[in-house]
Design a protein around this ligand. Structure first.
Ligand SMILES: Cc1cc2nc3c(=O)[nH]c(=O)nc-3n(C[C@H](O)[C@H](O)[C@H](O)COP(=O)(O)OP(=O)(O)OC[C@H]3O[C@@H](n4cnc5c(N)ncnc54)[C@H](O)[C@@H]3O)c2cc1C
Length: 383
């Protein structure tokens, strides 16, 4: 009997077929271009439309809005396959933006924005973080003041994934800066094409995830129709963000487990091939013990994340469990990958080896989508 985790309980025949097509697409269209994407610090613009044609974008958005008509399980498949191929791509950010529109958008907004996102003709970004406010979202300074049937937006955002190509930015703003607290915030979708006063700043130089763009965005008297507000009335932005965070956090957890499993598999292969002192590294007891720990922990992570996916599919993933998954699985990912780098020796520090890139790509997982300390605040507050 195999000790490997059984296939995820949420897997179906349809999802198996979908996984095969996603895998084939990534291997053919994304993997061969990774060196160039890393060099240019962004994917090719055509990657978005190609992903749209192949059905990788918005797989869990209803077909009526151009999506794949699946459940979060389809999104999980895409996340796992990207992680397995070692390709950082912002399709999950695209999905997160789409789910804000799906949850809070009017019928007209959904019809206007979602089909283009599913085709990859529109690229979505989430504009929450600012230079002076990341974890402390209530501290944002970007404002949107009403002027007739428009909002006039002023401010800046930083660390924005997909920023370069973003044509739809789901932007957190203060519509009522005079008050403090959550009711000051709203979410507005900014259509950036040819928009006066909107500009994309530097593509930021990151430690890892080089193939994915992360930018600064600037808003200088940017006029956006008031009809681009998400939800019924101003002042709901904070509660909308809080309600949607489990989607983002479980997504990070799914990628973390798939990356952890890949790291263990790559390392087992390496230590079986690499010979030292006349025998493969695998024959050293320390190597076997370390990998025994890593594979056990990956297995535990798989069971946990599958349970979270099961709950999410049943509409029962609460914010606290989502926070547990985000914090614990990304800590696990970084811990296991660090051990795997060690077992690769010097090769583990060479960027031509996937394990080295996994090490640098993974570190941010403990910081974004809510720093892991914020996750512990959420969990602690529930006790
Ligand atoms: C590669 C990358 C991509 C990103 N993509 C996006 C994006 O697409 N859109 C977007 O809006 N943002 C994005 N972010 C921003 C990210 O969400 C923030 O960096 C994160 O929320 C932390 O905010 P901060 O950087 O301002 O750190 P700070 O808020 O200054 O916090 C720094 C550290 O202090 C500690 N800390 C903070 N608050 C608490 C607390 N209450 N209790 C205990 N410890 C605490 C934590 O250790 C935290 O890591 C991205 C960031 C990176 C690096």
């Amino acid at each position: 009997m195999s000790s490997a985790p059984a296939e995820s309980m949420w897997m179906t025949d349809e999802l198996r077929l979908y996984r095969a097509s996603v895998r084939q697409f990534i291997a053919k269209e994304f993997a061969p271009n990774q060196a160039r994407w890393r060099e240019q610090h962004r994917p090719d613009p055509e990657a978005w439309t190609a992903a749209g044609r192949a059905g990788l974008l918005l797989p869990d958005v209803p077909e009526a809005y151009g999506g794949g008509g699946g459940t979060f399980a389809s999104e999980a498949v895409v996340l796992e396959e990207l992680a397995d191929a070692g390709v950082p791509f912002g399709s999950n950010v695209q999905s997160i933006v789409a789910h804000y529109i799906l949850a809070y958008g009017s019928e007209a907004q959904k019809q206007a924005w979602l089909p283009g996102m599913a085709r990859g003709e529109s690229v979505g970004a989430i504009g929450m973080t600012e230079p002076a406010a990341g974890s402390d979202l209530l501290g944002i300074k970007t404002t949107a003041r009403r002027d007739g049937d428009h909002y006039v937006i002023n401010g800046s955002k930083t660390f924005i994934g997909n920023g370069t190509h973003a044509s739809l930015v789901c932007l957190a703003v203060k519509t009522n800066p005079a008050i403090s607290g959550p009711r000051a915030l709203s979410l507005i979708v900014v259509e950036t094409k040819d928009l006066p006063g909107y500009s994309v700043g530097r593509t930021l130089e990151k430690v890892g995830r080089h193939g994915q763009d992360t930018c600064e965005l600037f808003f200088d008297e940017v006029r956006v129709p008031t009809s681009n507000l998400l939800g019924l009335g101003e002042g709901r932005g904070f509660s909308q963000m809080v309600a949607n965070l489990p989607y983002e956090r479980i997504s990070v957890g799914v990628g973390a487990v798939a990356t952890t499993e890949r790291a263990v598999a790559l390392t087992v292969k390496h230590v079986k091939e690499r010979v030292a002192f006349g025998k493969p590294l695998m024959e050293l007891q320390n190597t076997r013990f370390k990998l025994a720990e890593c594979t056990t922990e990956a297995h535990v992570g798989r069971v946990f994340v599958d349970d979270c996916i099961r709950r999410f599919l049943a509409g029962q993933l609460d914010p606290v469990t989502a926070a547990m998954a985000k914090y614990w699985l990304t800590d696990l990912q970084c811990r296991v990958i660090d051990e795997c780098v060690q077992l690769h020796g010097g090769y583990g520090y060479m960027t031509e080896y996937p394990i080295a890139r996994m090490w640098t790509d993974s570190r941010v997982e403990r910081i974004y989508a809510g720093a892991n300390e914020i996750m512990k605040e959420v969990i602690g507050a529930s006790l």
